[in-house]
Design a protein around this ligand. Structure first.
Ligand code: F6P
Length: 329
């Protein structure tokens, strides 16, 4: 079998470990692997990873040492051209001409939606791997990169707490996640933040102010409020203004962590997850599966149809949302 592998959408720590898992499993099992650079756009441009002989093929040694690095050595992109029907048709023709039998795209929901469209025009097998810091995909308890993004955010919040304590301030810390509050919730819990604002729940400004006053009366001298970027108020600056106008008892500062959360060496958890999913994707192709995402649910590999993984966003565990209040009294 000739298997194409690529990273697409926002890069996520662990993507390299996933490619390594794919290459080692596939090449070790007698298959060929073509590394496509720059995701769907690279496929359209026929931009392939070349081996030392200049052949568009990944070898066992091509991925030596890849598991410990963040970013995407195959590079990644968000392709406008591939969003069009013509682009998808062109990609299908290239795959057929290049005699590629199967694809393993590594990315988030946009990547998997792209795979659904491609499958309508191309006969090859497709098994996706969930590579996104957002952790919003149904079909895997965690996505590749989520653990590292949370670790980075928690380290930042820990540092901000020093200043918050010294100056008796409140920090509003905006984290990524697009429409999902996973990064915000896990960061809040792990960093001992007092408040979390996520897109999944309504942000009640007067209730937050009342809560903050109560916390101050109980002796809290600093507050960390973790705000998901998709939260309804439209960002930390606006939210800070609304809280101040409503009588927030703390002096506030806002910070947006941004792309810091996408970089850095993957945590061991992300490396493990990525490696397991890379292996699982190849095994699934060998078993004749297609149109599914490889994930880990409850410790075991699970294959979930793309239609389900992209059919909605993974819900936040309600018991974890309640925990923030319980722990921050
Ligand atoms: O999907 C990953 C992610 O980092 C989101 O959390 C964020 O909203 C988005 O990508 C940012 O995308 P870009 O890097 O294209 O600005």
């Amino acid at each position: 079998m000739r298997i194409g592998v690529f990273c697409s959408g926002g890069d996520a720590p662990g993507m390299n470990a996933c490619v390594r898992g794919v290459v080692r499993t596939a090449v070790g099992g007698g298959h060929e692997v073509v590394g496509v650079r720059r995701g769907y756009q690279g496929l359209l441009d026929e931009d392939f990873f070349l081996d030392q002989q200049g052949q568009p093929q990944m070898r066992l040694r091509s991925v030596s040492g890849w598991c410990e690095y963040g970013g995407a050595f195959l590079r990644s992109s968000r392709s406008e051209e591939f969003r069009t029907h013509d682009g998808q048709q062109k990609a299908a023709e290239i795959l057929t001409r290049r005699k590629i039998d199967a694809l393993i795209p590594i990315g988030g929901d946009g990547t998997l939606r792209g795979a659904i469209e491609l499958a309508k025009l191309w006969n090859g097998q497709i098994i996706g791997c969930p590579g996104t810091i957002d952790n919003d995909l149904i079909g895997s308890d965690n996505t590749i990169g989520f653990s590292t993004a949370v670790q980075t955010a928690v380290e930042a919040v820990d540092k901000l707490r020093d200043t918050a304590e010294s100056h008796e301030r409140m920090f509003l810390v905006e984290v990524m996640g697009r429409h999902s509050g996973y990064i915000a919730l896990y960061t809040a819990l792990a960093a001992g933040a007092e408040v979390v604002c996520v897109p999944e729940t309504h942000t009640d400004i007067p209730a937050h102010v009342a809560h903050l006053k109560k916390l101050q009366q109980r002796g809290k001298r600093s507050i960390m409020m973790i705000v998901a970027e998709g939260e309804e108020e439209g960002g930390v600056e606006l939210l800070q203004k609304k809280l101040e106008d409503a009588g927030c008892p703390f002096s506030c500062r806002s910070i947006v962590l941004g792309h810091l959360q996408r970089g850095g060496a993957p945590t061991p958890e992300d490396r493990m997850l990525a490696a397991r999913l890379g292996v699982a994707a190849v095994r699934a192709l060998e078993n004749g599966d297609t149109g599914k995402m490889a994930g880990i649910i409850g410790g075991d590999v699970a294959l979930t149809p793309f239609a389900e993984t992209c059919g909605g966003h993974k819900l936040l565990p309600p018991q974890l949302l309640d925990l923030v209040d319980t722990l921050a009294q």
